[in-house]
Design a binder for this molecule. Structure first.
Ligand SMILES: [Zn+2]
Length: 172
């Protein structure tokens, strides 16, 4: 299958726009999900949010080791006081890893691909993946969790990613 979806990286305004809630999962959303799943595998990601491929819809796909699934309109309805740190990478920040502190456990509510409302209690890696992808859908990314030292450490890579967007303008 050919991948039509283009991965957006740091500096692309798509990553900063909060995605719009999906009213109901219909054929268009299912088609998007069917394209996002192979794209996620092709990009070699654990998860992929729709705005990472330039689509402003509150949808992400993920595979946390038990096969791919889609999450629509996710909301965190409860979060543990206890927070843990995990070094997170992101398809939109190639080569960059940031130590991100997040609640260890969360309770989430979302729609499945079949329009079922699901509530789930998540801990460990699944909790981190959901929070990472929900950040994307809210226009946030790992860089917003970075310490000053980390921003300095990855300064050149971040600048290179940002400038790659400026160069895309047509040149005469
Ligand atoms: Zn990401």
């Amino acid at each position: 299958m050919t991948i039509k979806l283009r991965l957006r990286t740091y500096g692309d305004p798509c990553l900063r726009k909060p995605a719009r809630p999906v009213l109901a999962v219909g054929p268009a959303e299912r088609m998007l999900i069917r394209e996002m799943i192979p794209a996620m595998y092709a990009f070699d990601g654990t998860g992929l949010a729709a705005n990472q491929v330039g689509i402003e819809a509150k949808i992400f796909v993920a595979d946390i080791g038990e096969g791919p699934f889609a999450v629509i309109n996710p909301e965190i309805i409860q979060a543990s006081v206890k927070q843990t740190v995990l070094e997170e990478g992101c398809l939109s920040f190639p080569g960059i890893h940031i130590k991100v502190k997040r609640p260890e456990a969360i309770r989430v509510k979302y729609l499945s691909e079949r329009n079922e409302t699901i509530e789930a209690e998540l801990t460990g890696i699944p909790a981190k993946v959901f929070q990472h992808e929900i950040d994307h859908l809210n226009g946030r990314a790992i860089i917003d969790h970075a310490s000053r030292a980390e921003k300095l450490k990855f300064k050149d890579q971040l600048a290179a990613l940002e400038s790659s967007h400026r160069k895309r303008a047509p040149r005469g």
